[in-house]
Design a protein around this ligand. Structure first.
Ligand code: KG4
Ligand code: ZN
Length: 338
């Protein structure tokens, strides 16, 4: 059987990334050009700045991805690109680059959903047995997703307001932590204790949805109140208390979904899936399941949790096998729904 080699692009937010992935499993090259520094002084991603950075690097990192994999265009079987969801101007840069390359070379084009990409980072780590269930947690999304096969997803739970990563970034700003704050808050959390007992929203509700805006407000109010009475709070305990609330809600609802749907594989994906507290607690809890109910657990390595093109190449391979190609009318779709 012939190998399938895919060149993939990802430019939905603030990382421009290219990769070559073989057979949806092996990362032959991965380039991630991050623009975080350019956004930090604004405290978040500025769409126009993001688009401009994507344009500046995309041709260069296309050549780098091919060179690092040691292949040329003639060895590429498909060109894949994130077509949404994300920032429209940012998505357009990747989509235009991929379409231009497909047009110039005649290589088939595949459009990939960003959420599907995050989940398929797991495929680069281990084989996924279906049905699978995924917790997809990032700066833009907090979803529980059911996969009956490698190309069909169903969102069974979603956030009603802020995404988990967004909540990390917003409370990080209050604590004076640079954007994106998740990694630092995670580190601080391990040095503090859960002393504030922040609210855990929607835990008892009979659904798989989340809400993080109440937690964020409670956190901000606690800090403002302390400021007013000139009391100083321990930043490590604040971080630990915030993280304990986020992790408890994510884990409780996810475990409930695993028990209800009994997937053969459980996957975590997205930037927040890099969270040590979340990874440890989720693994422990699933480890305690009765043997016959225990799904295989795939937690991708940290560098595949954040935005990257290798995960897009992995997801694109499944679409390639299913014959789901795009044509040159492929457009960026900022609100792509599965
Ligand atoms: O998947 P990603 O790179 O981009 C989006 O698609 O959103 O996720 C970025 C998000 C940011 O909100 C960042 O603060 C968060 O992931 N993040 C973390 C950690 N590392 C990154 N949140 C909690 N704990 C971490 N260790
Ligand atoms: Zn993402």
């Amino acid at each position: 059987k012939k190998d399938v080699r895919i060149l993939a692009y990802e430019s939905s937010c603030d990382e421009t990334s290219t990769a070559v992935v073989k057979n949806g499993r092996k990362v032959e090259s991965l380039i991630v050009a991050t623009q975080i520094k350019s956004h930090q002084r604004f405290g978040g991603v500025v769409p126009e700045v993001a688009s401009r950075h994507h344009i500046e690097v995309i041709s260069q990192i296309t050549r780098e991805a091919l060179a690092e994999a040691g292949v040329d265009w003639s060895e590429i079987d498909a060109i894949a690109v994130t077509s949404g969801p994300g920032l429209v101007g940012a998505l357009l840069i990747g989509v235009s680059a991929a379409k231009a390359a497909a047009m110039a070379t005649g290589i088939p084009l595949i459009g990939v959903d960003h959420i599907m990409g995050h989940i398929m980072a797991a495929q680069l780590t281990a084989e996924i047995d279906y049905p699978a269930l995924a917790l997809q947690v990032s700066g833009g999304h907090t979803e529980i997703v059911l996969l009956k096969d490698p190309t069909h997803l169903e969102i069974i739970g979603d956030t009603r307001d802020d995404a988990a990563g967004e909540a990390y970034d917003k409370i990080g700003r209050v604590l004076g932590v640079n954007y994106p704050a998740g990694k630092t808050i995670d580190e601080w959390a391990h040095q503090g204790k859960d002393t504030f007992n922040f609210p855990r929203a929607m835990m008892e509700d009979d659904n798989y949805d989340f809400s993080f805006s109440g937690l964020k407000s409670a956190f901000i109010n606690t800090c403002h109140h302390a400021d007013q009475i000139h009391q100083s709070l321990d930043k490590y305990d604040l971080a630990a208390s915030f993280q304990a609330a986020v992790v408890e809600v994510l884990v409780t609802k996810t475990l409930r979904a695993i028990k209800a749907y009994q997937p053969r594989t459980f996957i975590m994906g997205g930037g927040v899936a890099a969270n040590r507290g979340l990874r440890d607690r989720m693994s422990q809890e699933i480890d305690n399941f009765r043997e016959e109910l225990k799904p295989k657990v795939i937690l991708p390595p940290l560098k595949l949790c954040g935005d990257n093109a290798a995960m897009i190449g992995a997801a694109a391979y499944n679409l390639y096998q299913a014959g789901e190609f795009a044509d040159l009318t492929l457009n960026a779709n900022p609100s792509l729904e599965l």
